[in-house]
Ligand binder design. Structure first.
Ligand SMILES: C=CC1=C(C)c2cc3[nH]c(cc4nc(cc5[nH]c(cc1n2)c(C)c5CCC(=O)O)C(CCC(=O)O)=C4C)c(C)c3C=C
Ligand code: FE2
Length: 387
């Protein structure tokens, strides 16, 4: 077998303040982030939302120094992982592929082809799978493999999620333990897991396993921690008017304050690196909410970053994946009938679900068009003399 590559996937973040708007444009252009029935509207809507959101988002990035630390931390993780794998006798090269900012996934793949890599282990830096994160990156790669003959010669295996790995759970438990032990009475502190939210429709309509994996992950971390502290799971970072997974982090903090909880250890759960949603949203916005609610000691557990136990667990995961049965795009993006990546179905002629849905939508449009024309007395049917 030729040289092996490990492709680390992450979301990416703006390096400087001028990058914020184009970064947001890339993010909202992704149909796995905003699911629209009409593909042609995606780019205009992405332009509109990124333009409207840019100022608020820039202000947040200014509060953490004017840019995201995500690239720097991911590079440090890549370096530490490569070193650890070398110590384990594995001569692999690590690549970083970000979804919405530099270094883009496309750049990483160009490099992989250039280096003559023969097998790639694709490792998302998200412990839990969501259609909106790992799923979206897998879709980009799936399209590249489908259309590039050189890439088709490269074997690959995907790691959909890895939140159950003992080394990851132990590392999370270690960092929580260190923070708990800073409280005067560690057993009384409440452990508060804050996960990135997703719209409810992702879970209930598109079959995203994210919520189930997050719930299972928090349970396993508490089991690994082996302490009797009470804990809560809530969801942060809601964007837009639709309903997201609940309870929302700010509501849950207020409720704990009302219950008289004074000591809180806040654990960011869907991320393995510090970024805007830990450094600004949790450390600044949610801290303020908590303190107003009467929580006196708000301690935030750091993200894993290059914590040695975590890097060791990633290295074990890579080694296990090199030898394991390959996991393919098809099995991850279409694992069963219930999970629907965007577009939900490729068009097929005949009485398919998609045809039924579109027949229904067109019938409704026609019905309302006719109703408006009958009520207003003008329209295309009046024009051609049918009405
Ligand atoms: C598991 C992690 C994440 C999930 C799930 C996720 C879903 C998701 N995110 C948005 C909207 C935004 N995300 C933004 C930044 C951002 N999000 C994650 C992680 C998850 N997102 C990361 C790691 C980052 C990058 C942070 C950085 O340091 O730059 C942003 C931009 C920041 C802002 O303006 O608030 C937006 C917007 C949606 C809509 C969504 C699910 C559908
Ligand atoms: Fe996000």
């Amino acid at each position: 077998m030729g040289r092996i590559g490990v492709l680390l996937l992450n979301l990416g973040g703006p390096d400087k303040i001028e990058d914020v708007r184009p970064f947001l444009y890339n993010l909202f252009s992704d149909p796995e982030i905003i699911r629209l029935p009409v593909k042609a509207l995606q780019k205009p809507l992405a332009w509109l939302i990124s333009t409207l959101r840019a100022k608020k988002s820039q202000d947040n990035y200014l509060e953490i120094g004017g840019g995201s630390p995500l690239r720097e931390i991911t590079e440090a993780q890549a370096e530490a992982l490569e070193k650890k794998l070398k110590e384990m006798g594995q001569d692999v090269k690590i690549y970083i592929g970000m979804r919405y900012w530099h270094p883009f996934t496309e750049e990483a793949i160009a490099q992989i082809k250039n280096d003559g890599i023969k097998k790639v282990v694709v490792l998302p830096l998200y412990p839990q799978f969501s259609i909106s994160t790992s799923g979206s990156s897998f879709r980009v790669l799936e399209e590249m493999w489908a259309t590039d003959e050189v890439l088709q010669e490269v074997d690959y295996t995907l790691i959909p999620s890895w939140y159950e790995r003992p080394g990851y759970l132990r590392s999370m438990a270690d960092l929580i333990e260190q923070e708990l032990d800073k409280f005067p009475n560690p057993d009384n502190a409440h452990v508060f897991f804050s996960a990135h939210g997703v719209p409810v429709s992702y879970v209930e309509e598109a079959g995203d396993p994210y919520q189930k994996e997050i719930e299972e992950c928090t349970r396993l971390i508490m089991e690994t921690l082996g302490r009797s502290n009470e804990y809560t799971l809530a969801y942060q970072s809601k964007v837009g008017p639709v309903e997201w997974l609940q309870p929302y982090t700010d509501d849950a903090l207020k409720e704990l304050g009302d219950r008289g909880i004074e000591d809180l250890a806040v654990v960011p759960i869907s991320f393995v690196s510090e970024h805007i949603e830990t450094l600004q949203e949790i450390d600044m916005e949610y801290r303020e909410v908590a303190e107003e609610a009467g929580i006196k000691n708000f301690h935030r557990v750091p993200a894993l970053n290059v914590y040695p136990g975590f890097i060791d667990s990633l290295a074990d995961l890579v080694v296990d994946s090199i030898d394991a049965e390959p996991c393919t795009f098809e099995s991850v993006t279409h694992p069963n009938e219930n999970m629907k990546m965007y577009p939900q179905e490729k068009w097929q002629w005949g009485l398919t679900t998609a045809a039924e849905v579109w027949n229904g939508r067109l019938a409704m449009i026609g019905f309302f068009g006719l109703l408006i024309e009958l009520l207003s007395g003008s329209g295309p049917l009046h024009m051609v003399g049918i009405l």
